[in-house]
Design a protein around this ligand. Structure first.
Ligand code: ZN
Ligand code: ZN
Length: 329
């Protein structure tokens, strides 16, 4: 099969031929129909995340059809359409797993980072970490739900009570969360890079009340905010826009350093917290809610061999919505 693999950290992905593996106990093999590009893939490629699997195939927003099941797999069968997210496996035994916080597992596996992901024609996944996909979604549309959607949903739950919600970094996750927030009656304030008119336009189309540059002051103080951009200098800016008692959620897996700031910005019981990974429960909840709203991801598709070009566009901020790779059939 054809795949795009990371031969060397920091270098472009290489097109490689790999053997299609047979699924082992508890695993499924999937023919990949679509795989979203997440910003975390850029952090894997750039070496921001330590110790990736050598020559890893990135990609953790996989939509595909099951082609084979290993021994002990009962819940899925050949032909099922599934989504495979970032959380690839957890130990089930550590203190976090036992406390219902498998997103913080001490011995986790992550798709497209410690195990091979979906920038390929086939992928192997642990069946217990794959999810059936609602039929209203096409393969390409469903792909960004698997990370932008799931992590976005987990971040959003922490500010679900905010009347006025700020969203910083209006990319794949933000455009999904905006739909979730508007549906729940929240006022959405979208913050983008200065001059990113297409992202501001998309935000308004999706129901945002206000859309402007990240260093602009919104017309009202915000009750909650989420930062999806991996930019630490946004933290003091977002705190400035936040009302007393408000919560600021950091939704990225990696962020540049947060600059030193006056304590006054945090004073007034403002809360800053991160969101790490996801639990399978998040996936179950989100995949139930998404089609009811219905959340409609805006996607731009690329052939699998165009992965490096697509990544470059994402890096340059020249994509609105989500980028999705389509492998050759
Ligand atoms: Zn664990
Ligand atoms: Zn991701």
């Amino acid at each position: 099969m054809m795949a795009m693999a990371l031969d060397r950290v920091g270098a472009p992905l290489q097109s490689v031929e790999r053997r299609v593996e047979a699924p082992r106990r508890g695993q499924i093999a999937v023919r990949v129909a679509a795989c979203g590009i997440c910003r975390t893939d850029l952090h894997v490629i750039d070496g921001d995340l330590p110790r990736p699997k050598p020559h890893v195939i990135p990609g953790h927003e996989i939509i595909g059809r099951v082609t084979a099941v290993g021994p002990g797999v009962d819940a899925l069968k050949v032909g099922d359409r599934v989504g495979i997210p970032w959380l690839g496996k957890t130990c089930g035994r550590c203190r976090f797993c036992r406390a219902g916080q498998e997103n913080l597992c001490e011995r986790p596996e992550f798709t497209g980072y410690t195990i091979d992901g979906g920038y390929a024609q086939f992928a192997i996944a642990n069946a217990d970490y794959a999810f059936k996909i609602p039929s209203i979604y096409s393969d390409a549309e469903a792909a960004p739900l698997m990370c932008a959607g799931l992590i976005g949903y987990r971040a959003w739950k922490l500010v679900a009570e905010a009347r006025r919600l700020g969203i910083y970094g209006f990319g794949a996750a933000a455009h999904i969360v905006a739909q979730l927030a508007v549906f729940h009656g929240q006022e959405v304030y979208a913050f983008t890079r200065a001059g990113d008119t297409p992202a501001q336009k998309l935000a308004r189309e999706l129901g945002a009340k206000w859309a402007s540059a990240s260093d602009e002051k919104p017309p009202h103080p915000l009750d909650g905010a989420i930062i999806f951009a991996p930019v630490g200098s946004l933290v003091p800016l977002a705190l400035k826009a936040l009302d007393k008692g408000g919560t600021l959620v950091l939704g990225g897996i990696h962020m540049s350093d947060i600059p030193s700031m006056p304590y006054e910005l945090l004073w007034g019981e403002r809360v800053v917290r991160s969101v790490a990974n996801l639990t399978r429960q998040d996936a179950v909840e989100f995949l139930k809610i998404a089609p009811r709203i219905p959340i409609r991801p805006h996607v731009t598709t690329f052939g699998l061999s165009e992965a490096n070009a697509a990544i470059a566009r994402l890096r340059a901020g020249k994509l609105t919505g989500a980028a999705v790779l389509i492998p050759p059939a």
